[in-house]
Design a protein. Structure first.
Length: 158
């Protein structure tokens, strides 16, 4: 076997060191793993519609005479879209109880028509507008007690 000269030994050591340095810089190492975790999000809830009406137009109502039309709005106060599927209007007090405040005149003296409104989704903080017609019935009894009566309407939107 031939002996390497000191010069050749140095070159060989330098070459090996260079290969290790270059090869070491290109080497990749990693661990594989899996894991799990959890989190949450919160859903809100519906908010009750609000209904507002304006002064009646038409009339004045008389037994069997002209009707009055009342414009109203249904507002969605929620931060999300809500479905309006029904509006029911009746002659009733502010709690929905039958109106009999005027002696001799009651909810039985009036008929409330079907509300005219477009049902469907109301966007967050959106408004739907409608109208309803109120008519005074022509009964076989004296209706003098209803003269100049302010007839309360009660709206239920759902």
């Amino acid at each position: 076997m031939k002996k390497l000269s000191t010069r050749n030994k140095r070159i060989s050591v330098a070459a090996v060191a260079t290969l290790i340095a270059v090869g070491g810089g290109l080497a990749y190492a990693y661990w594989s793993s899996t894991g799990t975790g959890s989190g949450s999000a919160t859903t809100g809830t519906s908010a009750g519609f609000t209904v507002a009406s304006s002064a009646a137009t038409g009339g004045p109502m008389t037994p069997g005479g002209p009707s009055e039309t009342v414009a109203f709005t249904v507002t969605n106060p929620s931060t999300g879209s809500q479905l309006l599927s029904s509006v029911i209007v009746s002659v009733a007090g502010p709690t929905g109880a039958a109106w009999t405040t005027v002696p001799g005149c009651s909810y039985l003296d009036y008929t409330v028509g079907t509300p005219v409104i477009t049902y469907g989704q109301i966007a967050a903080e959106g408004v739907a507008s409608g109208t309803v017609t109120v008519t005074m019935n022509n009964l076989d009894s004296n209706q003098d007690a209803c003269k100049l009566a302010v007839v309360p309407l009660y709206f239920v939107a759902s």
